[in-house]
Design a protein. Sequence first.
Length: 164
Amino acid sequence: MVLNRLEKYWLTAVAVALGAYTAALIAGALVFGIHLPSPVGRIDPQKLDSTAFAQPGIHNIGGNRYEAYILAKMWAYDAGPDAGPVGAPPTLRFPVGSEVTFYVTSKDVIHGFYIEEHSLSLEVVPGQIARGTINFNRPGTFHIICHEFCGAGHQIMYGQIVIE
Ligand code: CUA
């Protein structure tokens, strides 16, 4: 097979680019720990009353580490009584330097869970538990936004996180 000189250049360029992308992917996963948020468990949306989501809320699990159980439903996030009246957009408060692991599930349809200015964007699918961990290293108020169209009240489905 005879290859034109330019063909060889392009084949080499493509091989180098693919190699670089593959190396970046592997380094991202193994060295920098970048993974797609994935469901950590299954849950029956009809039987949430017998799970941790029966009483959503924030738990301190030692030092600056927290777990937040949040139930998404049309059209609000329920983050427990400490986050404000149920049905209203919740306010979650954490001290600066907190490491918070969010566990989110849905009672009805697919919702989103996006935290402004932090790299967390979860798909909240009924029947699955979505999980993501964030380190809040600077003070501020950051919105939680539902980024999946979930019906008539989608645009009023939000909350906020206050780091103080
Ligand atoms: Cu929930 Cu959009």
